[in-house]
Design a protein around this ligand. Sequence first.
Ligand SMILES: [Zn+2]
Length: 80
Amino acid sequence: MANENCLNGIQCPSCKSDGPFTIETSCIGVWVDDGIGGEDCSGFEYDGGSNITCMECDATGIVDQFRRKEKDGEEKEESL
Ligand SMILES: [Zn+2]
């Protein structure tokens, strides 16, 4: 099953798993002098350089390395 939401296009290059993964995220919060101000921490974000670990096979890398190459029907499958 391909990921289409938060993990859109992410697949382990090692074991081809669609997840789960652990991804190092940055959370956007409102900080005041006392600490974090907002009740919610709404902006979990990761980018192509975030560290990612496949929980299936323990492969590690960055998100860009785990992105499936999406090609419109031009995917080369070695069928030999
Ligand atoms: Zn894996």
